[in-house]
Design a protein around this ligand. Sequence first.
Ligand SMILES: Nc1nc2c(ncn2[C@@H]2O[C@H](COP(=O)(O)OP(=O)(O)OP(=O)(O)O)[C@@H](O)[C@H]2O)c(=O)[nH]1
Ligand SMILES: [Mg+2]
Length: 461
Amino acid sequence: MRTTDRSTEKTLLVGLELPNQDEPQVTESLEELGELVRSAGAAVASHAIQRLQTPTSPYYIGRGKAQDLSRKCQEDGIQSVIFDDELTPAQSRNLANVFSRKVLDRTQLILDIFAQRAKTREGKIQIELAQLLYLLPRLTRLWSHLSRQTGGIGTRGPGETQLEVDRRRVQQRIARLHRDLEAVRRSRSVQREGRHRCSWPTFCLVGYTNSGKSTLFNRLTQSEVLVEDKLFATLDPTIRLLPLSGKQRAFLTDTVGFIRKLPHDLIDSFRATLEEVKQADLLIHLVDVSDPKVEERIADVRRVLEELDVLRKPALLVWNKIDRLQGPAPLNRLLQRHPGSLGVSARDGSGIRELLSRVEGWSRGRALFFRFRLPVERGDLLARLHREGEPVDVRYRPDGVYVKAWIPPFLQAALTPFIVPERGSADSGDATGGAPPRENGGGRTERPQGFGAAGDSSGQR
Ligand SMILES: Nc1nc2c(ncn2[C@@H]2O[C@H](COP(=O)(O)OP(=O)(O)OP(=O)(O)O)[C@@H](O)[C@H]2O)c(=O)[nH]1
Ligand SMILES: [Mg+2]
């Protein structure tokens, strides 16, 4: 239980400026840390930057600076001090001693926000796991530190034993959580297989936290997932069917936002959730145009995508919040710099029609054209072709129903036994010969125009 009234908790933010950084970079990172603090429900009273060649191993910002800041905290009635990087266990301990008040680092703060937001069982397991993974080395080192300092006769008392017990408990709990997560992962993959059997392509919204993913998701799927002007409003993925034109459908996934310096333990324990990103057929990478650092945000998101090993997935870059721009010039510059991208406002709906037609074009571009001969008694297959594909010619003959149709790739396996080679076509497979023209050329097109891999350094094409 929390005892502090978080809304009035006053914090001091501390950043370090190293020789390879400049002040604006550090200030910007501190501003984001301030956003995180506000998202966690506390207030920023002040901030401080220390310039050093390298962080000092016992005190990170140096002991003298820590003592100065401690006096400042005393004068200003500050309750907690938050460092804009991950502190080592020794630094956390030493700084807590100097400040005599709560000392947190960026990782702990992010973990705390996640802990506040986690609603589902899956979210709660993942965050508890991340917190324990963060805690474990700290317990271990604390223990070895104590045994070194106070070793000898009469020191193997309850303190040390208690720490060993704690450490074992934490390890047992971590093992348990891993097992629970494995179960979650299995049930998710069963659900996913179900979706694939049905099975429309899956589009996954990715982007920096607060870029408007949930707002866009709600607009596209008429849902009401939580939208907030806070970092990490969304933790658990939500999946809904997205109706496209004609008989096309897709699944759309809204998921957790990314951020710079996203803690490793968090990425590790959120793998089950982030698996949705890995399984997606197309990533819709949403960028907030009102953020002055759009290019850096794109790079930050790509770094996380790289960690998830999905940089080569097809992706569409979408500029959101264009209603906040003054005139068309800024968007045009972005569109020029990233050919194939497009602008939308998830709030007022502008650009949404183009977005839909682009993703529809993408789905259609993956469609395959075949000629089938279906046994007359297999009315179920014909019905499925009508439901999920696009028959363009259907003829009833004594030896079966002959159908020429566009089908989504997932239908191919079920229908392969019934494919009839086109005359003049050497193999019985992809019979695009004789296919009628489609909006975007049709045939087997692996990567339709306007889409690039998520990691295209030239911008998504
Ligand atoms: N002006 C404007 N604001 C928007 C637009 N889209 C979203 N927002 C606002 O941006 C804030 C964040 O929106 P969310 O949809 O929660 O963003 P998110 O990417 O899902 O954020 P996380 O789940 O925290 O990662 C909210 O205050 C939205 O109202 C837009 O097109 N225009
Ligand atoms: Mg969201």
